[in-house]
Design a protein around this ligand. Structure first.
Ligand code: S3P
Length: 441
C-alpha cells in the first residue's frame, strides 16, 4: 500500500555521496530507439521509474522483445519497426513517453490507441498532432487534442517544421516520425532544447545534420535511414540530482556529492543559476560516458542570494524551476523567474502549485502568467517557516520540492500523493534518508 502522505522535518546536516538515478529522458529514448532498430540494444543504468517502465511495456506491445537482465540492465531486441498493438497503450503519467511513442508509431501503417493517467489525459497533445498531421498521420481524440487518442500512421510526407515553443518532446516526435517518412524530416528550433534524440539517433547509426543560424537550430534527418541496435549507457539525471544538491545548499552544515551526473549543456541551466546565486558547487571528475559528458557534483551549504534568472535559460532547466523556487525561498532578496509559461502544462500547473505551496509555508511569492517571483527570506537566519500540508496534484516534482523544503524549514512539511515520486525517482526516500534527511512515510 502506498502512503497517503510523506512528511519531511529538519534534522542535522545532510552528508554523503550518492549516484544519481538514470536520466529519464535518455531512458525513454533508449527503449524507443532500441525497439525501432534492427537487432540488439543493451541498456545499462536505465531508470526503473514508473514512466520508463510504461515505455518498456509499450515497446513490447509494439512488437519488440524487451527484457530486464539485472538492476538497470535491459535488452531490447528491435524488429526494425512497430507492429500494431493488440491493446491500448497506457503511458501512465509520462508526457515524454506518449509524445515520443506517438511520433515513432506515426511512421508505420498501424493504428494505436494511447491513454494515460488523469494528469496525462489533461495535457495538450495538439503540439505533436499538428506536425504529425502535416506529415499525413490521422487520429481521433477527445476535445482539445486530449487522450485517449487513436492514431493511424503510415505513408508520411517529409516535413520542415518550425517549433512554436521550445520542446524536445515535439522535436523528438517529428524526428522519430521522420524515420518513417520517405524524405525524412527537418525541425527548426528557435531556442535549443535537450538534444538527446539527435545524439542517440547518431549512436544508432543514423545521420542527423545540425546547422545553426540567426533563425535558430536546424536539425535535418535525411530520409531512408535504418537504425542498428547498440549499447546505451544512461548517465545520472540532473533533474533528479537537483533535489539532494539543493537540499545540501539550504541545510546548514551539509555536504553532498552526486556522482555520474549528466553535464549536457542543454540540461544544466540550474547549476549555472545556483552558481549565480552564490552556491558552493564543485564539478569534478568530468568524463565522457556513452556520448555524453558526466561529472561528480558536490554541493555545500551556502548563503544564497536572489537573482533575476535569464529567461533564455528556461529550456535548459524547465523541470528544475520548482526546486529552484525552494532554493530561492532560503535566499536573501528576490529571485525572478520569467519566460516559464511552459511550466503550466507539465504534470501539473507548476507555477500555480509552487506558488500555493510556498505561500502556505510562509514564503512571499508573486505569480504571473509566465513568471514566478520568490521574495526570498526576510529573516535574519535566512529561514523558512514551513508547517503546511501540500497538495501536489500527483506531480512528482512538486512533491519532492516541498519535501526538500521541509528538511530545512522550522516546521515539518507534508505532501499528498507521495507514491507519484516513483514516476521519476523511485529511490528518493531511501537516498534522502541515507544522507541524514528525516522523512516519514
Ligand atoms: C523532456 C522534455 C521536456 C521536459 C520533460 C522531458 C524530454 O518537455 O519537461 O520532462 O525528455 O524530451 P518539453 O519538451 O515539453 O519541454
Amino acid at each position: 500500500m502506498t502512503a497517503a502522505q510523506m512528511t519531511a522535518r529538519r534534522a542535522g546536516p545532510l552528508k554523503g555521496v550518492l549516484r544519481a538515478p538514470g536520466d529519464k529522458s535518455i531512458s525513454h529514448r533508449a527503449l524507443i530507439l532500441g525497439a525501432l532498430a534492427h537487432g540488439l540494444t543493451e541498456v545499462e543504468g536505465l531508470l526503473e521509474g514508473e514512466d520508463v517502465k510504461r515505455t518498456a511495456a509499450a515497446m513490447a506491445a509494439f512488437g519488440a522483445h524487451v527484457e530486464k537482465i539485472a538492476e538497470g540492465c535491459w535488452r531490447v531486441e528491435g524488429r526494425g519497426g512497430f507492429s500494431e498493438p493488440a491493446d491500448v497503450i497506457d503511458c501512465g503519467n509520462a508526457g515524454t513517453g506518449v509524445r515520443l511513442i506517438m511520433g515513432a508509431a506515426a511512421g508505420f501503417q498501424i493504428a494505436a490507441t494511447f491513454t494515460g493517467d488523469a494528469s496525462l489525459r489533461g495535457r495538450p497533445m495538439n503540439r505533436v498532432l499538428k506536425p504529425l498531421g502535416e506529415m499525413g498521420a490521422r487520429w481521433i481524440c477527445r476535445a482539445g487534442g486530449r487522450l485517449p487518442l487513436t492514431l493511424q500512421g503510415g505513408n508520411l510526407n517529409s516535413i520542415s517544421y518550425r517549433l512554436p515553443e521550445p520542446s524536445a518532446q515535439v522535436k523528438s516526435a517529428v524526428l522519430l516520425a521522420g524515420l518513417g517518412a520517405e524524405g525524412g524530416a527537418e525541425v527548426i528550433e528557435p531556442e535549443a532544447a535537450r538534444d538527446h534524440t539527435e545524439r542517440m539517433l547518431r549512436a544508432f547509426g543514423a545521420q542527423v545534420n545540425v546547422a545553426e543560424d540567426s533563425g535558430g537550430r536546424r536539425i535535418i534527418l535525411p530520409g531512408g535511414q535504418k537504425l542498428i541496435g547498440t549499447k546505451v549507457r544512461v548517465p545520472g539525471d540532473p533533474s533528479s540530482a537537483a533535489f539532494p544538491l539543493v537540499a545540501a545548499l539550504i541545510t546548514p552544515g551539509s555536504q553532498v556529492t552526486v556522482e555520474g551526473m549528466l553535464l549536457n549543456p542543454l540540461r544544466i541551466g540550474l547549476l549555472d543559476t545556483l552558481g549565480d546565486m552564490g552556491a558552493d558547487l564543485a564539478v569534478t571528475n568530468v568524463r565522457e560516458e556513452g556520448g555524453e559528458t558526466v561529472a561528480d557534483i558536490t554541493a555545500r551549504y551556502s548563503q544564497l542570494t536572489g537573482i533575476e534568472v535569464p529567461p533564455e535559460r528556461a529550456p535548459s532547466m524547465i523541470d528544475e524551476y520548482p526546486i529552484l523556487a525552494v532554493a530561492a525561498a532560503f535566499a536573501q532578496g528576490p529571485t525572478v523567474m520569467r519566460g516559464i509559461g511552459e511550466m503550466r502544462v507539465k504534470e501539473s500547473d507548476r507555477i500555480a502549485l509552487m506558488s500555493q505551496g510556498l505561500s502556505a509555508c510562509g514564503v512571499g511569492v508573486e505569480e504571473g502568467p509566465d513568471s514566478l517571483t520568490i521574495v526570498g527570506s526576510v529573516r535574519a537566519n535566512h529561514g523558512v517557516l514551513g508547517g503546511a500540508r501540500i497538495t501536489t496534484q500527483g506531480d512528482h516534482r512538486i512533491a519532492m520540492s516541498h519535501l526538500i523544503l521541509g528538511l530545512a524549514s522550522d516546521e515539518p512539511v507534508a505532501v499528498d500523493e507521495p507514491g507519484m515520486i516513483a514516476t521519476s525517482f523511485p529511490g528518493f526516500l531511501s537516498l534522502m534518508r541515507t544522507l541524514g534527511g528525516e522523512i516519514e512515510a
